[in-house]
Design a protein around this ligand. Sequence first.
Ligand code: HEM
Ligand code: HEM
Length: 175
Amino acid sequence: MTPRRRIQVWDVVVRLLHWALAVLVAVDLLRDDGDRAHRLVGYAAVVVVLLRLGWAAVVRSHGSLAGLRPSVSQSWVYLRLVMRGQPPRSLGHNPLGLWMVWLLWILVLLLGVTGWMSRLDAFWGDDRVHDAHALLADMMLIAVILHLAGVAMMSWLWRENLPASMITGYKRPLR
Ligand code: HEM
Ligand code: HEM
């Protein structure tokens, strides 16, 4: 019997940073009183995103900046194929999933900035920054739900366990 071939797609740094980010964001969404722990966890999430972007700049794999460049035209083509229920498998992020990846990262960075600003004397008594932080947190929750739905849908369409690939780092080859 020939052993099933597997290809390493996500290196250990990408995987560790993904699960660290998932835990930190989940903790801050649940523990949302803005206390010291909330603030430290939030800043840690920002650091994780910056580390991930730094890693993308130096690594040469599916997690590199080249693999993170979104394309509007490719996304339209891919969306049409998803609607027909036949999107081709991709080893790295698929063109549509890539938009969600950037949205999640940008939301974490904006939450960090608005969280920091909300504590500045300059905004004392001004609810706007706090309201923006709360709105971004709501958007984050929705984005995370859509991310999980996207992962579940693509796992089903591709008959491939994507969460497992984010744990082991491996996917099966394209053909
Ligand atoms: C708050 C929770 C979460 C956040 C903020 C989050 C965020 C992200 C981000 C930013 C990426 C891109 C990874 C990279 O290129 O470095 C990603 C990918 C991924 N995430 Fe999550 N994630 C969360 C929870 C989860 C959970 C619970 C699962 C599994 C059930 C999961 C499964 C995946 C998978 C499979 C990918 C790769 C998708 C692909 O193959 O293109 N995520 N996630
Ligand atoms: C992943 C990052 C973060 C998430 C998901 C997050 C989420 C939240 C949520 C859901 C709330 C409750 C908003 C409401 O009133 O409805 C909140 C409040 C707050 N957050 Fe964050 N946050 C993050 C990062 C930060 C950071 C880095 C700081 C840094 C100072 C911060 C400071 C605060 C403060 C001061 C409040 C106000 C608490 C109050 O109502 O008095 N957050 N955050």
